[in-house]
Design a protein around this ligand. Structure first.
Ligand SMILES: NC(=O)c1ccc[n+]([C@@H]2O[C@H](COP(=O)([O-])OP(=O)(O)OC[C@H]3O[C@@H](n4cnc5c(N)ncnc54)[C@H](OP(=O)(O)O)[C@@H]3O)[C@@H](O)[C@H]2O)c1
Length: 412
């Protein structure tokens, strides 16, 4: 039995998965920035209390920061957890293997939910199954609150906001180029990618969702989108670009943001997201190599035996990821460009300090959760399954700039 409706929530935030690689960084960020008994009341949760207590001591949190035990498959324990929190941050992935019970518990208890999901087919299924219930309960669910997809989703929103200010019209097309991205990846990210590839092999519905840029906009399909997985040279600046690994996730989120905002970017909006490899022959060679590697990796990962071999021999194990030095030395820069109503190009640049996946992501999700609680008008962001851009919008940008090491600026 959960806590009765209407009872005051004990915690602003509960970090679920705080013993994992990314969850621990989120808890550490809360400890370093807000302390154990400061303005933000938070708790750590997971399936193993002993491990959570160890992490609590290692990150320097006080011994009275509460620990909550709940297995990802234990609906009753998750409901009791959700009832105590205003918002739950979950870093327990792969989400497609065990994320639904917590999502359901948060929706049932009207608790806000934020995750780091980069698994679009699972998100598409959750939207189809639970969006209405979240609308009814008032729970605000925000998927993909890490490097994928916050800098991309908010980068597009920021540029479109500027287009509206300058021209009173949105840009019909935006092209994102990842100019710099320095950082590694963790066991949990590898496991989530492999779970998606495996599900694609087994389920044609998952394959269809992964290939559909409009998989997260039920009942709406926009125009054909730019080709993403080939090497290409930009006509205007001669820069070579190639496929960007996160684009299949981010593009779907950007289109859902547009859809949730009542097609504020237009019903014919086109969005491309690519990795930049520079100008000249060197740029061309690197862009073409990236396009080739993309194809080879897809083939290798799609084949069960090689997938298992790669998992055991090459990929980081669960609970592991880039070192503190690597996280500190990491950074990223993304440029968003479109042509305004006056025919002039407009460019916005988003930058993040720390490595994208962990150092930056842990700050981003913590501040998105606090932004949802403090910066957002509850009258416009009501219950439902949201994207970061549509739920938090421009309101969260000052917080991300002041606290999460992100910067947003126009560069034209
Ligand atoms: N969107 C982004 O930019 C972004 C960035 C980083 C990570 N991610 C995603 O975040 C997720 C986590 O990655 P990670 O590297 O932090 O993973 P990880 O280190 O393997 O951590 C996974 C966490 O899940 C917990 N867990 C596993 N099974 C559970 C169960 N049955 N009940 C309760 N807890 C359970 C683990 O608990 P134990 O400690 O007890 O094993 C651990 O705390 C992945 O899905 C990854 O793709 C996304």
């Amino acid at each position: 039995m959960g806590i009765p409706w209407g009872m005051a929530r004990r915690f602003d935030l509960v970090v679920y998965g705080a013993s994992g690689f990314t969850g621990r960084l989120v808890a550490e960020y809360l400890q370093v920035r807000y302390g154990s008994s400061g303005s933000v009341v938070w708790a750590m949760a997971g399936r193993n209390l002993e491990k959570l207590a160890q992490v609590r001591a290692q990150i320097g949190a006080e011994a009275d920061v509460p620990l909550i035990a709940a297995d990802a498959h234990d609906g009753a324990a998750l409901l009791a957890l959700a009832h105590q929190a205003r918002a739950v941050i979950t870093t327990v992935g792969p989400y497609q293997l065990g994320g639904e019970p917590l999502l359901r518990a948060c929706i049932e208890s009207g608790t806000d939910y934020l995750d780091l999901c980069g698994e679009p087919a699972w998100m598409a299924r959750m939207i189809r199954t639970h969006h209405r219930a979240a609308e009814a309960s008032g729970a605000r669910v925000v998927f993909s609150c890490g490097f994928d997809s916050v800098p991309f989703d908010l980068g597009v929103l920021y540029l479109q906001h500027e287009a509206m200010v300058r021209h009173g019209k949105p840009l019909p097309a935006v092209s994102a180029r990842v100019l710099v991205m320095k950082g590694g990846f963790s066991g949990g990210t590898a496991a989530s990618l492999l779970a998606t590839v495996q599900a694609m092999g087994e389920d044609p519905g998952v394959r269809a969702d992964m290939r559909n840029p409009f998989a997260l906009t039920p009942g709406f399909t926009g125009p054909e989108q730019p080709e993403g997985n080939k090497a290409a040279k930009d006509d205007t600046d001669g820069v070579w670009s190639g496929p960007f690994v996160m684009a299949p996730i981010n593009t779907k989120t950007v289109h859902r943001t547009n859809y949730l905002l009542g097609h504020a970017f237009g019903r014919d909006f086109r969005y491309a997201e690519r990795m930049s490899f520079g100008v000249g022959p060197a740029g061309e060679v690197r862009a073409k190599a990236a396009a080739r590697n993309d194809k080879v990796q897809a083939l290798l990962l799609g084949f069960g035996p090689t997938r298992r071999l790669i998992k055991h021999l090459v990929l980081p194990k669960p609970g592991t990821g880039p070192s503190a030095e690597e996280r500190e030395a990491g950074r990223y820069r993304i440029a968003f460009t479109g042509t305004g109503a006056d025919g002039e190009a407009m460019t916005a640049v988003v930058e993040g300090d720390r490595d994208p996946g962990y150092g930056s992501t842990s700050k981003i999700i913590a501040e998105c959760a606090l932004g949802l609680l403090h910066d957002v008008d509850p009258g416009s962001t009501r219950g439902g399954i949201w994207t970061p851009g549509a739920a938090l919008g421009m309101a969260v940008i000052p917080r991300l700039q002041e606290r999460a090491g992100l910067s947003f600026r126009m560069s034209d």
